[in-house]
Unconditional design. Structure first.
Length: 147
């Protein structure tokens, strides 16, 4: 694999995180009961943490003089307007699991080809994104308790 191939893989991770369902829901502001408004804020905090990971990875690509493609949201997300956070939580958890899976797959390839700089950064991002997945699971349980 070439450096360009490595950077393409990293860019795919950027797209996956930058346009994840978590990011979409944070922008779209899903409906929540008044008693669960704090949980909605926690989702926004998780999305902000994910944006930090996007920024960190984008900075690496910029240092490598790679032209970043941030992608777009999938069109199927538009069908998720005006839904409750509770109804979206399963999809959010699944979407975050996909993000973590893509990071893990990319990390395995980059380890194999010896891109140590990217491996170090992506390893830290993988941990943080897994923490977001765990937090979404906990939020899901809290939402069910308020329903």
């Amino acid at each position: 694999m070439t450096d360009q191939d490595n950077n393409n893989l990293l860019n795919n991770v950027v797209i996956s995180m930058a346009h994840s369902l978590l990011q979409y829901i944070a922008e779209a502001a899903a409906w929540v009961q008044i008693s669960a408004e704090g949980l909605e804020e926690q989702v926004r905090v998780l999305a902000a943490r994910q944006r930090q990971d996007v920024s960190e990875l984008a900075d690496l690509l910029i240092e490598r003089e790679y032209s970043i493609d941030f992608g777009t949201y999938p069109t199927e997300y538009t069908d998720l307007q005006f839904l409750s956070l509770e109804k979206l939580m399963s999809s959010l958890r699944h979407g975050q699991a996909s993000v973590v899976g893509e990071i893990s797959d990319t990390l395995a390839v980059l380890k194999e080809v010896g891109d140590s700089e990217a491996v170090q950064m992506l390893s830290a991002i993988e941990i943080r994104e897994q923490e977001i997945a765990t937090a979404l699971q906990e939020l899901s349980s809290e939402l069910q308790a308020t329903a």
